[in-house]
Write a protein that binds this ligand. Sequence first.
Ligand code: URP
Ligand code: ZN
Ligand code: ZN
Length: 463
Amino acid sequence: MATLIQNGTIVNADTTERADLLISGATIREIRAGIPPSAADTVVDASGLLVLPGGIDAHTHLDMPFGGTTSADDFETGTVAAAIGGTTTIVDFAIQARGTKMRDALDLWWKKAAGKAVIDYGLHMIVTDLGQSGLEDMDDLVREGVSSFKLFMAYPNALMVDDATIFKALRQTAKNGALICMHAENGSAIDVIVQQALAEGKTAPIHHALTRPTRAEAEAVHRSIALAEMAGVPVYIVHLSSEDALNQVREARDRGLPAFAETCPQYLLLSLEDHLEDGWEGAKYVFTPPLRERRNQPSLWEGLRRDHLQVVSTDHCPFCFEDQKALGKSDFTKIPNGGPGIENRLQLLHHHGVGLGRFSLNRFVELVSAAPARIFGMYPQKGLLAPGSDADLVLWDPLQPHTISAATHHMRVDYSLFEGFRVRGNARDVYSRGELIVSNGNFIGRPGRGQYLRRAARGGAWQ
Ligand code: URP
Ligand code: ZN
Ligand code: ZN
């Protein structure tokens, strides 16, 4: 089965060209001007459209237990929403339950995804406990294509690990080529501030943000990078939210260190001031790190433009406002942490990044697809439009207006962080490994068609 996409503008991270693109089976066979229609079974006219490599969201939490409940999207609803928004690959987080083997968590997350995922997916492993054999277990996981691990410096008594664990895990990646992803916030200091707030009767959602200062983030980013430097390995900071923390990454990169970081649309576009007066509504914005003061946003945008930040992911971790966020009605520490966004990342970044002249289309592709593919061991299978790469691509209408709303979105959650945001630019058609799964904005794929991605470690072969 061959599909010819004619007359589109092919946009990669480093090139833009008017050309035709021929898909053969699951891969891209050819890109050049003037491919004859006779080469294909189906011909699609992409005049006026951009042809982009499918988006890669390197930070999602589908079907994830947290705070006494489970994130509202599973691998089916979450990946359908992702696909409609132009994302064709996710990397989700499996969680090692303390005292158990990482292998058990991998098996469990494979089961969660099986028969459900509609796009390809990789898995990171959240390490909560190295135990006796944790370092060898990490090597075992790398052989299974889990080439990145997340460690938490926050959430004491739940997910947080100590510096010795972090340092040991970092040193192991010098041997096995994996990448350590850090949730960088000083959880011990934050806990002291949180306990004081509760003792003073400060229980409303806003206190989630007010008890997590940017210095606590910056200190942990600094410590992560210092530990990685001592171990002689790269490190990746997840969901970076503030100028203070960004300065630590920038300084490290200026010194030539392999420090990488992502931010998320909520930190670029929403602020503490916007939601300060929201009362209980503020529970919608309880995620970690929290929303920051608006003055942080220009620095984050500049960071994206100048490559101090390499990736935009979503940290999609949805909890319904009515029945899940309500668990913390009388105590902000009981509100499940997380917010939705898997569907809207490309729309928001295209509109507010490219549309408002903050960076180029090529930089957009780099941030939402090529860089996560490279950093997380999927390139050039993913993240690139070129012969031999997977035919994961988006026919993007750069002019299509769209208003983001919970009334029309496809995520299984009863609110949107970006309710009423008007954007220009949206996915029209989406192909995953050569199969049309979104047509004119409607999902037409099949649950379970998504495949597990065995991701390469640094220096490893592309599989
Ligand atoms: O609040 C958040 N970010 N929830 C998901 C877990 C995490 O820390 O990424
Ligand atoms: Zn985190
Ligand atoms: Zn997360």
